[in-house]
Design a protein around this ligand. Structure first.
Ligand SMILES: Nc1nc2c(ncn2[C@@H]2O[C@H](COP(=O)(O)OP(=O)(O)O)[C@@H](O)[C@H]2O)c(=O)[nH]1
Ligand SMILES: [Mg+2]
Length: 323
C-alpha cells in the first residue's frame, strides 16, 4: 500500500480530521496549489525544479535548516529510486515531511500526569501568543477527567488575572490569583488551596517577558522551586505557547525558552490564521520538543492534541484524495 492510501486509511478512523482540514486550510491552499503548479511547469525533475521546490518549502515556514536537510534526502531518493517525473515525487515529498517529524520519536503528545495528587501544568510564552485562552481550552478539556484549578501568576500584565478569573467562572473551576505581587508567592498560596481541595489538574498562567532573559530565567527557577517544594516531581509539564502566525520568530522564541527552562511540550496556536503551517515541522527539527497541542481556532473545542497523520492529511488532503 502506498503512503497516500495508508494515511487515508489511518485518518478515516480518527477524530478531529475535519478540524485539522479546516484549521490548516490556509497553509494547504498556498502550499499544495503552488506544488501542483510547479508540477505543471516542470513535469520532469530538474535542478530548476529542485530550486523552486526549495523556495516553496521555505515560504511555508518549514525553516531553512529543515529544508536543506529535506532537499538532500529528497535528491538522494530521486537518484536511488530512479524517479524522473515530478508527479511521482509528490508522495516522496510527503513521506519525507512525515519523517522529519517522527524521526527518533515515540510520538508522545500526551500530558505527563502525576502518579498521585494534582498534576501541575505550567504555561509559559511571550505576551499575546494565546497562553490564557489555551489554559481555558485545556481546562475545558481536562474538566471531563477531574477537578481543575487555574492559578493566575501573570502578575505583570494589567487585567491578566481578571481574564483568567473570568474563564474560571465561566468554566466553573477553582481559581486563585493576585496582581502586582511576586508570581512565586501567588503560586505558593494557590497550590496550598489545590492540595486542600484535592484538585486533579492545576494550570498556572505566567508572564513571559523574554526581553530580559536573565530575569525571566530567575523568575522561572523560583517558580519551579516553589512548585516542587509543595508537590514533589512537579511541574509535570511546562508547556511553551507559540503563535504560529509569527513564523520563524516563534522558532527563535522556542530556542530562547529552551535555554532558560525545561520545556516539555509546545502548544502551537493560531494555525487557522496562517499559511505558515510548516512551522510544526520546523519546531520539531530545530528544538526537538514535541508539539503537544495545536490551536485551530478561537472556540473552546478548537484546541486539539497534535496528531501527525491528521496534520499531514490536513496539509495535503487534495493530493491524497487524487490517488
Ligand atoms: N484564531 C485563533 N486565535 C487564537 C488562538 N489561540 C488564541 N487566540 C487568540 O489570541 C489572542 C491572545 O490570546 P491570550 O490568551 O490573551 O494570549 P496571552 O497573552 O499569551 O495570554 C486572543 O484574542 C485569543 O482569542 C487560535 O488557536 N486561533
Ligand atoms: Mg494572558
Amino acid at each position: 500500500m502506498g503512503l497516500f492510501s495508508k494515511i487515508k486509511n489511518i485518518v478515516s478512523k480518527k477524530e478531529n480530521t475535519k478540524a485539522y482540514e479546516q484549521g490548516l486550510a490556509k497553509t494547504r491552499e498556498e502550499f499544495v496549489s503552488k506544488l501542483n503548479l510547479l508540477g505543471i511547469k516542470y513535469t520532469k525533475i530538474s535542478e530548476e525544479y529542485f530550486e523552486e521546490l526549495e523556495e516553496l518549502l521555505i515560504m511555508a515556514d518549514i525553516g531553512v535548516n529543515t529544508v536543506v536537510n529535506f532537499m538532500n534526502r529528497l535528491r538522494n531518493r530521486v537518484k536511488k529510486e530512479h524517479i524522473l517525473n515530478t508527479k511521482e515525487l509528490n508522495e516522496v515529498i510527503i513521506d519525507e515531511l512525515f519523517i522529519i517529524y517522527v524521526e527518533d520519536e515515540s510520538l508522545s503528545d500526551k500530558i505527563n500526569k502525576a502518579k498521585e495528587g494534582p498534576t501541575i501544568i505550567l504555561m509559559v510564552g511571550v505576551n499575546g501568543v494565546g497562553k490564557t485562552t489555551t489554559i481555558a481550552k485545556l481546562a475545558n478539556k481536562y474538566q471531563k477527567e477531574g477537578k481543575v484549578m487555574l492559578i493566575g501568576a501573570d502578575t505583570f500584565r494589567a487585567g491578566a488575572k481578571e481574564q483568567l478569573e473570568l474563564w474560571a467562572n465561566k468554566l466553573n473551576c477553582l481559581f486563585y490569583g493576585k496582581e502586582n505581587t511576586d508570581p512565586s508567592s501567588v503560586i505558593y498560596d494557590g497550590l496550598q488551596i489545590a492540595k486542600k481541595e484535592n484538585v486533579d489538574y492545576v494550570f498556572i498562567d505566567t508572564a513571559g517577558r523574554l526581553q530580559n532573559k536573565q530575569n525571566l530565567m530567575k523568575e522561572l527557577e523560583k517558580m519551579n522551586k516553589v512548585i516542587s517544594s509543595i508537590i514533589k516531581d512537579a511541574p509535570h509539564e511546562t508547556l511553551l505557547v507559540i503563535d504560529a502566525t509569527t513564523g520563524q520568530n516563534g522558532i527563535l522564541q522556542a530556542k530562547a525558552f529552551q535555554e532558560i527552562t525545561n520545556i516539555t511540550g509546545i502548544v502551537l496556536t493560531k494555525l487557522d490564521g496562517t499559511a505558515k503551517g510548516g512551522i510544526v515541522l520546523a519546531i520539531k527539527q530545530e528544538t526537538n520538543i514535541p508539539v503537544k497541542f495545536i490551536g485551530l481556532g478561537e472556540k473552546m473545542e478548537d484546541l486539539k492534541p497534535f496528531d501527525i497523520e491528521n496534520y499531514i492529511y490536513g496539509l495535503f488532503k487534495e493530493m491524497i484524495k487524487d490517488e
